[in-house]
Design a protein. Structure first.
Length: 364
């Protein structure tokens, strides 16, 4: 199924026949973390890393000086956000007025990608009780808790979806339909809860698109390779929207190496045509705490490789690879840009021997 194609800004297009975009996640839960994330943001902005989007996941409230505002005003990045994180009151409820005011403030100031969680309902919650981990999305869990506390028939996003759509239309914002019930482990992957939620995500995306708003689908979470392929088969049949996988994590055993596992999962999705935006997972994903600057940069570099591999598949983009191959051939050396021999192969350097063999074959 051919996907929609959206222009995020003058340099970033996502969707059909477009390069894969990178989304970096930052966020703070207290003042100390906020100051650290500001420094991280500055370092990322000064780098040459091909980051398109930075999404603010902060719970910490700092009116007028939010991280998303810093992304807009002080960096080259497109700003993304998850508004519900800022909208939860101390009693775990969410008021429509507060949520809509937060969304309006963000889109009015220039946030261009908003993640919403409109899927939780009582049927999905009951189905998820049989899982090892019923729900692993912070935003989705907050929306579900608000619904349960108030005993509402619809979740807070469903109640206010038309108002959110109008704001997205007015300010040319893309809505990311969040996956509240993405699996937290391999055992729960691609179960009936996941499948039913995915169907609802696409139905909501259809409604948003028919109302004039561009949408993407956030999915999946943890899934073994065979389940990743099954998910991709389903997406390719029924989802015309760009996809932003959260990983996926193809193993639960990559403790302190989730950046490696996530980038591998991204390639599994991408080479099935189901990864248009990669959300960078760091090695701290399951260790607790805010990712360090060093680990964030390290994770991004792994995802840059994943992005390139996916773009080779999607776009047959091998110009950089060809340049590297030609450089190695010209210099008779695996060391890029340096006309010197490495110490690994010594006198049996195959690049040297290969050239000699090629010259010898000219006599035949």
């Amino acid at each position: 199924m051919e996907k929609y194609r959206y222009k995020l800004n003058n340099t970033t297009i996502i969707g059909n026949d477009s390069p894969t975009a990178l989304n970096v996640l930052i966020g703070a839960n207290n003042e100390k973390q906020y100051l650290y994330e500001l420094r991280k943001l500055q370092i990322l902005d000064n780098s040459q890393l091909p980051i398109s989007i930075v999404t603010d996941l902060s719970l910490h409230k700092r009116p007028g000086k939010e991280l998303w505002r810093n992304i807009i005003n002080n960096t080259r990045f497109i700003a993304g956000s998850v508004p519900v994180y800022q909208a939860v009151d101390v009693d775990k409820t969410i008021s429509s007025k507060n949520l809509l005011n937060i969304i309006y403030d963000q889109v009015n100031c220039g946030v261009k990608l908003i993640t919403i969680h409109p899927t939780p309902n009582y049927q999905l919650l009951k189905m998820s009780k049989g899982r090892l981990v019923p729900i692993t999305s912070r935003g989705g869990a907050a929306v579900a808790m608000d619904m349960l506390i108030k005993q509402s028939t619809k979740n807070i996003y469903e109640q206010n979806l038309d108002e959110i759509i109008e704001m997205a239309k007015t300010y040319d914002v893309i809505l990311s339909i969040g996956s509240s019930f993405r699996s937290a482990n391999l055992k729960d992957a691609f179960d009936q809860t996941y499948i039913m939620e995915l169907e609802k995500q696409i139905k909501i995306a259809d409604y948003c698109k028919s109302s004039g708003v561009n949408v993407i689908i956030e999915t999946p979470g943890h899934a073994a390779p065979q389940d990743v392929f099954s998910i991709c088969n389903r997406l390719n049949l029924c989802c015309p929207y760009p996809i932003m996988p959260l990983g996926p994590m193809p193993t639960d055993c990559a403790f302190e190496q989730d950046d490696v596992a996530g980038s591998i999962g991204a390639v599994l999705m991408g080479t099935r045509g189901c990864a248009d935006i990669l959300s960078v997972v760091t090695r701290e994903e399951h260790t607790g705490g805010i990712p360090s600057i060093e680990s964030t940069v390290s994770a991004i570099k792994k995802y840059v490789v994943a992005k390139h591999i996916i773009d080779i598949y999607k776009l047959n983009d091998i110009k950089e690879d060809n340049n590297i191959a030609e450089n190695r051939s010209k210099n008779h050396s695996c060391i890029l840009g340096i006309d010197e021999k490495c110490s690994r192969c010594g006198a049996l350097c195959p690049l040297d021997l290969g050239t000699a063999l090629k010259d010898s074959l000219n006599d035949y």
